[in-house]
Design a protein around this ligand. Sequence first.
Ligand SMILES: [Mg+2]
Length: 216
Amino acid sequence: MGTRSPDTGGPDGTGGPSPEAPVRARDGPSPAPGGGRPAVFLDRDGTLNLDVGYTWRWSDFVWLPGALDALRLLADRGLFTAIVTNQAGIARGLYRAEDVAALHGMMGRELAGLGLTAPPVYYCPHHPDFTGPCSCRKPAPGMLVRAAREHGLDLSRSFMVGDKRSDLDAGLAAGCTPILVRTGYGAASGPPPSGVLDAPDVLGAARLIADLAGVR
Ligand SMILES: [Mg+2]
């Protein structure tokens, strides 16, 4: 892992090129002149699923209330969605990239069974204490920037939803609108930083985004 270029923690957990997930932008917002389409970046642990510490076993994976409805709402509104997640457990040797890929594969199968397309997953496998500095570990914006490049996204019209300050800062660094959710670590954090919106959970954030993006 440490020998990889810093921002290649892989979409879909493979570490390889992004398998192009079918885009669900049926009738979503049109691209800005010279720009791409807006996107919604979602943190994983504590935002979409229960944060149990290092979540890498499917048996530990529990969707948070509203998470599936949020994914459905964003899909119905034609908003491109991607998951961006720090997975330093790989750098720490607690689990392998293959385990993350397997987990995301199970997520994808479950979502498919519900008629939902799994968002592409970008993860950072690094930790500065083990693998040195990188440009992808949130609060750095590397995963968002890479997703924008790969999927033609306009970061200035995009949103970053997460439960930690590092999610908000990654969103701000990428030029996105950050939204703090009050699940996971967000449940116990104080008022959001100046200029940052908050929502009770990821479904609340999705509704807020649908309003702000004018796609309701
Ligand atoms: Mg989180």
